[in-house]
Write a protein that binds this ligand. Structure first.
Ligand code: TNX
Length: 634
């Protein structure tokens, strides 16, 4: 147990300048405490003009705040130091996770761990609001399928029994084993639904003229026939069989296997994705593979791997080893101060190139494309800390701040070394990731970025660029050329369209800020993936209660609201073809344990999967919610 404990209380007010954080540090050690400094990470940030009480304010860098004990204060064992501030920036705290997440107590040259309590809002509301709920209803038929198939026409049922492939060529056998292995990784406690041999319900497989990813399953007394159009369709047909058999074996009272009838299936969209932030919180390669498995079990097929951000660069680049050596580490004695969890020690994590290849190969074996995200030009604090030669020496410090509170965090397109950096990094990325797209972020470049840089002023003059958005568009067009040189298309967040945007040919934009951006961007000629924060951001809180974890800048997103969003709802007939599909986003400021991950991500991830696969007219919240309880988690 740490020798120190930090508790934080906040009052309930409307004005940000009246919001008061009162903190109590308990000294549970055997000795008196004096002259110490506390560093704490709080997503609710102190305002620059806040009133500090009971402490000497030292510094703040994004969420990292540092306070010193007042001169002369000595806290005996069992005693407390109380301090705090009045005045915050950003948003009102709304959840128990909106205060300090972790802290370090620096005393006598040692970094001591501190146990940190949830933020308490006074007066305490006993009800704490409703916690999220997912209903369980009577099922219309004893069939387990998530996502629900396009066409289901079943006349008779039989009890659960495993399915065996007795005949068939080696490719069919391999495809079956890939799904059998997926099942055993996800449900290692359950009996195998698919085997090779002649001892179960007979499965027959054959290729037929069907569209991409499509398949049919015909059920007769003699067994099951899977017809597929391509390898992906065969794989998805096998996942369907594995799901229904798994459920019938695991819960025989509720689920059965069809013995007469047909399932005709094909996805609604070609892009059924999830993004994962590994910068704010680092998920190991094994955890990423497990997450990919849970996507695969729901027939998702795009994994956007958010590998870089202000808080850490997470993969090896041969040309710039500092990106990992310096840029993947944060903490008391690192160039990047601690953020989010684990502030008392060095927190780090990165993937080697071999690990990246392993994850990409694992995903590919499950028909999932891995799209790397290199977040530029904003969100580059870790890059600039690792490679100080990319910092513009003439740009005044702290001349703009990002929404997350980082000063001067954008790569400067007027520096030649920026282009040397991008050319080398993107060449390695293009080589490492076989996917057609490289996602280059472009989100949240702060208003006013670059404008005080003399070199930028010269560039803007010669290129006729006015303002941050125009400079960003100039930057991205040059990045697009580099990517095309490697045979890659550009993907990015919706802000790619700002200023003059980029060439729309081959470009794919993930619309995140509002649902209305889906029609707005298709009207500009872009291909779009719908991922509105208001429905598909899985870091949004799931109920209004103080005790629900998450954030709420896009509102409360109940599992039902996530499910109810229709990505085509705002599109007219003519522009539907420009909608590539849907994507969940998993941002990890608050998601830093497998338990929180499971609570936040499921079943909403699978709600997105079903929106991406199942025709709108076949979607049914009650059925989905009931079945979702059986889906595997991280
Ligand atoms: C916005 S979404 C961001 C992220 C945050 C997220 C938290 C996007 C493209 N940028 O940097 O993590 O909100 O919900």
């Amino acid at each position: 147990m740490p020798d120190y404990r930090l508790d934080t209380y906040v009052n309930k007010v409307t004005a940000l300048e009246d919001c008061r954080f009162d903190m109590t540090l308990h000294n549970l050690s055997d000795g008196p405490l004096a002259g110490a400094v506390i560093g704490l990470t709080s997503i609710t940030r102190m305002a620059d003009d806040a009133q500090v009480h009971g402490a000497d304010f030292r510094r703040r860098f994004a969420n990292y705040h540092e306070f010193g004990m007042p001169d002369g204060l000595v806290v005996p064992p069992g005693g407390t130091w109380t301090f705090g501030f009045t005045g915050i920036t950003g948003r009102q705290p709304a959840q128990r996770n909106d205060g300090p997440k972790s802290a370090v107590l620096i005393a006598g040259g040692v970094n001591h761990p501190v146990s940190v309590g949830d933020l308490v809002r006074l007066p305490v509301d006993q009800s704490q609001g409703p916690l999220r709920s997912v209903p369980v209803e009577m099922l219309e038929m004893p069939l387990f399928q998530i996502p629900w198939p396009a066409g289901v026409d079943i006349d008779a049922w039989r009890e659960g029994m495993h399915v065996s492939l007795g005949d068939g060529g080696i490719e069919d056998r391999r495809a079956l084993m890939a799904v059998a292995d997926l099942h055993s990784r996800l449900h290692s406690d359950a009996a195998a639904p698919l085997t090779l041999g002649n001892d179960g319900i007979a499965l027959h497989m054959r290729q037929a003229t069907l569209g991409a990813e499509a398949f049919t399953l015909s059920f007769t007394g003699g067994g099951i026939t899977l017809e597929y159009g391509d390898a992906a369709g065969r794989h998805y047909g096998l996942v369907s069989v594995a799901q229904m058999v798994h459920a019938a074996l695991a819960e025989p009272d509720r689920f059965r296997i069809p013995s007469k009838g047909r399932i005709t299936d094909a996805p609604r969209f070609g892009w059924r994705g999830s993004h994962l932030d590994v910068s704010r919180h680092f998920w190991s390669a094994a955890q990423v593979c497990r997450f990919i498995d849970t996507m695969a079990w729901a027939k998702m097929n795009r994994f956007q791997w958010h590998l870089t951000d202000d808080e850490g660069w997470r993969f090896e680049v041969d040309a710039f080893p500092e990106l990992v050596e310096i840029g993947s580490r944060r903490g008391p004695d690192c160039r990047l101060p601690g953020q989010y969890a684990h502030a008392h020690r060095q927190y780090d994590g990165h993937y080697t190139k071999d690990q990246i290849r392993h994850v990409v190969g694992h995903a590919a074996s499950l028909f999932i494309d891995t799209i790397p995200e290199i977040d530029i030009p904003g969100h580059c604090t870790a890059v600039l800390a690792a490679l100080p030669h990319l910092v513009d020496p003439d740009e005044p410090a702290d001349s703009y701040r990002s929404v997350q509170g980082y000063p001067n965090n954008a790569l400067n397109p007027a520096l030649p070394q920026t282009w040397d950096f991008l050319e080398k990094v993107l060449a390695e990325v293009a080589e490492l990731f076989p996917a057609k797209w490289v996602h280059v972020g472009a989100d949240e470049v702060a208003d006013g970025s670059w404008l005080t840089s003399p070199r930028i002023q010269v560039l803007a003059q010669s290129e006729g660029l006015q303002g941050t958005a125009a400079i960003q568009s100039w930057f991205l067009r040059r990045v697009q050329k580099i990517l095309r040189g490697h045979g890659k298309d550009l993907a990015g967040w919706d802000e790619v369209s700002h200023g003059a945007g980029v060439d729309t040919m081959g470009t794919l934009l993930v619309a995140w800020q509002r649902p209305e951006l889906v029609p707005a961007l298709t009207a500009q000629g872009y291909r779009v993936v719908a991922s509105p924060g208001q429905a598909y951001y899985l870091d949004m809180t799931q109920a209004d209660g103080w005790n629900e974890p998450g954030t709420n800048w896009a509102g409360t997103v109940t599992p039902e609201a996530c499910y109810a969003y229709d990505p085509e709802g705002d599109l007219d007939e003519g522009s539907r073809g420009a909608l590539a599909g849907v994507q969940a986003c998993i941002w990890c400021e608050h998601i830093h344990t497998p338990e929180i991950f499971n609570h936040m991500v499921y079943p909403r991830l699978h709600a997105v999967a079903e929106a991406g696969w199942t025709p709108q007219s076949r979607r049914d919240w009650g059925r989905f919610a009931t079945l979702s309880a059986l889906m595997p988690k991280l």
